[in-house]
Design a protein around this ligand. Structure first.
Ligand code: CDP
Length: 252
C-alpha cells in the first residue's frame, strides 16, 4: 500500500479499529506431535508456530551451565512470510529478535531446576504483518507451558505505536510502515516488563500512555493464553506462583 493521506479517519484506524483495539488473536496449544510443547498463533495477519524441546542435554557440551538450564530461542522468518521474499537464514534482525525474545522469557522459566540442560524454543514466522516478535513471544510462552516446563508465570507481549500523532495499540503493517513510533513490550502477569524496545519518538507523557495500553493489551492476551491451555488440558494449567514477584498481585 502506498502512503495513505491519513491513518486515522473519524477516530477509526484504516482497518476499522479504535486506538485501544487489538487485531483478532487465536492461540492453539499443542499442535506439533514431535515437539515437547507447541503453539500456533494467529495475531492479526501474523501466523506463527512455536515449538519447544527440552529440558534436554546441551550440545555442544561446553555451553552447559552446572547450576541451571540454558534457554535458547530462535526466531526465524520464512522466505514466503513477507511481501518481498526474505533471504533464508539468520540475519542481523533475526539474531537481535532471538536475543531479546530469549531475555523476555528466561526470567520466568525456573532454570535452576534443570542444571546442565537446555530448553530450546523455535519460533517460525509463517506470515508477518508487523508485531511478529511479540506474536512469537506470546506463542513461545504457551508452548513452554504446553511442554510442562516449570515457569513462574506466562509472558504476554504486544506492540504500541504512534500514528497520525495518536498513541494506538497493536500496529498493523501499514501503520508500522507509515507511523512515527513502534514500541514492542512484553510483561509477565505481575506487570513486570521483560522486553521494551522503541523505534521512533514518544514524549514522556505518550510513553506513559503507551505503557498503560500495553498493560491492558497484555492482560487480554494473558486471558487468551490461559484459555488455549484450558482447551488443550481441560483444566487451568497456567503457571504461576503463590508468592507474587516483587509486590505484584497473584492471580488467585
Ligand atoms: O515484526 P516486528 O514488528 O516485530 O519487527 P519489525 O522489524 O518492526 O518488522 C515489522 C514488519 O516488517 C514485519 O512484521 C514484517 O511484516 C515486515 N518485514 C518485511 O516485510 N521484511 C523483512 N525482511 C522484515 C520485516
Amino acid at each position: 500500500m502506498s502512503k495513505p493521506e491519513k491513518l486515522i479517519v473519524d477516530g477509526k484506524r484504516l482497518d476499522g479499529r479504535g486506538p485501544f483495539d487489538m487485531r483478532p488473536i487465536k492461540f492453539t496449544a499443542g499442535v506439533l506431535k514431535r515437539a515437547d510443547g507447541s503453539c500456533y498463533l494467529e495475531f492479526g495477519g501474523n501466523k506463527v508456530m512455536a515449538a519447544v524441546y527440552g529440558p534436554r542435554e546441551v550440545h555442544p557440551r561446553h555451553m552447559q551451565n552446572a547450576s541451571r538450564a540454558i534457554v535458547r530461542y530462535r526466531y526465524n522468518m520464512a522466505s514466503f512470510s513477507v511481501e518481498e521474499r526474505k533471504r533464508p537464514g539468520p540475519d542481523r534482525r533475526s539474531i537481535e529478535i532471538s536475543k531479546v525474545s530469549r531475555e523476555a522469557l528466561e526470567g520466568v522459566v525456573m532454570e535452576e531446576l534443570y542444571p546442565r540442560s537446555a530448553i530450546d524454543v523455535f519460533v517460525e514466522i509463517l506470515q508477518a504483518d508487523a508485531g511478529s516478535r511479540v506474536a512469537g513471544i506470546n506463542a513461545a510462552s504457551v508452548a513452554l507451558a504446553d511442554a510442562g516446563i516449570p515457569m513462574k508465570c506466562l509472558v504476554s507481549a504486544v506492540a504500541v505505536g504512534k500514528i497520525d500523532g495518536e498513541v494506538v495499540l497493536d500496529l498493523n503493517k501499514d501503520e508500522d510502515n507509515y507511523g512515527s513510533a513502534d514500541l514492542p513490550i512484553a510483561m509477565n502477569q505481575f506487570g513486570e516488563i521483560t522486553l521494551c524496545q522503541m523505534d521512533g519518538h514518544l514524549t514522556e507523557e505518550e510513553f506513559g500512555r503507551a505503557l498503560d495500553m500495553a498493560v491492558d493489551g497484555c492482560k487480554k492476551i494473558h486471558e487468551l493464553q490461559k484459555q488455549a491451555l484450558i482447551e488443550k488440558y481441560g483444566q487451568d494449567i497456567t503457571p504461576d506462583v503463590a508468592q507474587p514477584i516483587e509486590g505484584g498481585e497473584t492471580n488467585e
